[in-house]
Design a protein around this ligand. Sequence first.
Ligand code: ADP
Ligand code: MG
Length: 288
Amino acid sequence: MVSRETPAQQNQVTPGGSLGARGDDWPRPPKTRIFTVANQKGGVGKTTTSVNLAAALSMHGQRVLVVDLDPQGNASTALSIEHRGDVPDMYKVLVEDLPLVEAVKPVPDMPNLYCAPATIDLAGAEIELVSMVAREARLQRALAAYKETELDYVFIDCPPSLGLLTVNALMAATELLVPIQCEYYALEGLGQLLRNVDLVRAHLNPSLDLSTILLTMYDGRTRLASQVAEEVRSHFGGSVLSTLIPRSVRVSEAPSYGQSVVTYDPGSSGAMAYMDAAREMAYRGAAV
Ligand code: ADP
Ligand code: MG
């Protein structure tokens, strides 16, 4: 039988232990930074990035909420948050006006980290929202009314589409984070995302800042990966984090344990890279 012990348990390292990298506090932002994590391509690392940056920041003194806005509920799964059946979720928040505080749950064993889950009901929201008043502003309103915890970071994990859920996320955000997978076609479709962002800026949220691009699933052995990374850097310059996220088996294993990789195997290359990326973001934001 396969051992269900995580590498961290096998090494007797707890998330709060010496290798857990919990400890020194990073600077807290002057006001809540709300990141929409979007890219209409599926499988580029949106969910992995949302979950791991959120976990990493929470381990360094930041109070962080992950809003799962993908009906698949992968972020909820990765954080061990119940998202089946009739649980209060983002569908009820967006469509039925449930206060966000009633959907938000603390993530087990992760002080400072919270998650508002998505159930499959959210798939219907794309259509149900169409006929609703202020249909693009429902998430923004829900977040504005959330006073329970003074949050430092919110990560909104988007579905792989540019429909009303993603538009709600773009309207609610202060910053946009785009994960880009280092492979051929990586830049295809980005133009469409950026045109949508321009529309949202023009009509709904003028202050939305494309502040952060993260290169994911980087395979240093291939020339293609480094070419894609170079191309992205030449297009987007300073928005691209200098940390690259390597392709790493540990990253893909972690969700089946209901964990982020930064707790599942803190010493792995993927965990250390997400920790570095989170640190970069925290220090960049401190200067704003
Ligand atoms: P998205 O949310 O954009 O659809 P995911 O974050 O779910 O993308 O990632 C897609 C798949 O790739 C998942 O199975 C995930 O575990 C895997 N994955 C993501 N990042 C990495 C990585 N750095 N190394 C290896 N596998 C990864
Ligand atoms: Mg996803």
